[in-house]
Design a protein around this ligand. Sequence first.
Ligand code: ZN
Length: 199
Amino acid sequence: MKLYKVGEKSKAICGACRQLRPTTFQGREVPLSSGKGMVPNVLVAVCDHCDDIVSIPHQSVPRIQESVRFTRHPIEARIPRHLIDALVLMCYELGVGASESRQTVLFRFYLQRVSKVKKMVGGLEALSLSEEAQGKADYRFSIKLNDELYKIFLKLEKDTHLNKAEIVKGIIIQMKLDILDSKNKGIRADLKEALLLAA
Ligand SMILES: [Zn+2]
């Protein structure tokens, strides 16, 4: 695969000039593939004649999409302190340390997992009302989700008719059942791998 460099020359049909033009690769601001916003400094081929962007090389495509994936949607919910303790404890038990980013990765991983299993989605309500979910909700749980996970979260809200705090509580208790109570080896191995990739 050919990698283009800044300043490299090429030739391409310019859409604005409607003819074959010499081009130069330069960093330019380019719209996201979703159309929502711009990505700065993306390597593109620029027409030497009219200065329009003529083409986006293959190597630049992930950056335009990557930025979409990292768009942040904050989710905030007030939950009891012991559920945050459980989240920290699970990271600790998995042997990866419990930095905030690992807690976040663990939660994101589980959000995705729960959403894929019908039985777990159906069980969220009971978990969110269970004895372990009770207690003064005086701790602020805050997480940022990318577009994909945010969509999953919104769908869970819609499908379960639960509010944010109830979903967060249900997911953490489901994790606790799998990781701390049943010591599910398969899920522990998967999680450990995911968590080791987090900073
Ligand atoms: Zn041109």
